[in-house]
Design a protein around this ligand. Structure first.
Ligand code: SAM
Length: 287
């Protein structure tokens, strides 16, 4: 018989992000039957439980006590108890506590069982209209301006959709940083108050969204998921280069290496040297 025969399991239970109808019936059953519910904020979770008429003992498990709590919970599981982990909203561990607990449980050879449900970033992606075959979830960007701008710049060339969580009091500053690091033209989607009364999904360029939110302060309120269209490769075809610039380039490529020719042609014509470089390769039949 294995060491953990008779041990209980840890259920990772997703709770609603607004609409209480999103708590699954399986989640309700599990919350009603476990020996104890480990909650990020016990007062918040007791309101949810009382709405569903569930009465179970609660144990606080948050960012500041999670490591210590993990040892206690592992011992309780080994003693045969079952435990559910919930956060304030959505799926635990997704920008929420739970990682240390789940890894401790798995390291002890115990079972962690997912009880899936709401997750703000998945809900937002599903209605964003942005490419969803590949995406990157960043969670919260750094709260301070300089750190935030640095991180946005690091992600600027990422070619797929990327997703961040943002709080209402930082949304305008974050948009300003997106404008400075990505340019006002980058396409964004703001998914606000999902599943709640004032749910809104706005899309447009960074500059358009800045304008919309500035003119309607209500759109700055509530909880946000921000989805950023991945960087689009510049269409580099010689047809995009004006005829005059191509003529200049044609002369220069006869005399100079491609890089130098495109840089000089760029200075003479104002066309981006990257475009001219590709156009030059095209001329020479190298692409
Ligand atoms: N674990 C949660 C999940 O599965 O989505 C996320 C928890 S994180 C601490 C909270 C952030 O999620 C909020 O600041 C906001 O960015 C996003 N969020 C949560 N609920 C939301 C909602 N109803 N609409 C839009 N964004 C939401």
């Amino acid at each position: 018989m294995s060491e953990n025969a008779g041990a209980g399991c840890l259920y990772i239970v997703a709770t609603p992000i607004g609409n209480l109808g999103d708590l699954s019936s399986r989640a309700r059953d599990i919350l009603a039957k476990v020996d104890v519910i480990a909650a990020e904020d016990t007062r918040h979770t007791s309101r949810l439980l009382s709405h569903f008429g569930i009465k179970r003992p609660l144990l606080a498990c948050h960012d500041f006590n999670e490591r210590g709590r993990s040892e206690q919970i592992v011992r309780r599981l080994q003693g045969g108890e079952s435990v559910a982990l919930v956060s304030d909203a959505g799926t635990p561990l997704i920008s929420d506590p739970g990682y240390h607990l789940v890894s401790a449980v798995r390291e002890a050879g115990l079972k962690a069982v997912p009880v899936p449900g709401a997750c703000a970033m998945v809900a937002a992606l599903s209605v964003s209209g942005l490419p969803s075959d590949r995406f990157f979830f960043e969670g919260f960007l750094p709260a301070k301006g300089s750190g935030r701008r640095k991180r946005i710049l690091e992600l600027a060339d990422f070619p797929h959709t990327w997703i961040v969580y943002e709080s209402p009091h930082r949304i305008m500053d974050m948009l300003a940083d997106m404008a400075s690091e990505l340019g006002g033209e980058r396409h964004l989607v703001l998914a606000r108050e999902l599943t709640k009364t004032f749910e809104t999904v706005l899309s447009g360029s960074v500059a358009e969204l800045q304008e919309m939110l500035t003119h309607d302060a209500n759109q700055q309120r509530g909880e946000f998921v921000v989805l950023i269209h991945g960087a689009v490769k510049e269409e580099v075809i010689s047809d995009d280069v004006p005829e005059e610039a191509l003529k200049v380039l044609a002369v220069l490529v006869e005399e100079l290496p491609m890089k130098q020719a495109s840089q000089i042609a760029s200075r003479l014509t104002g066309v981006k040297s990257k475009l001219l470089y590709k156009a030059g390769l095209n001329m020479k039949g190298e692409i």
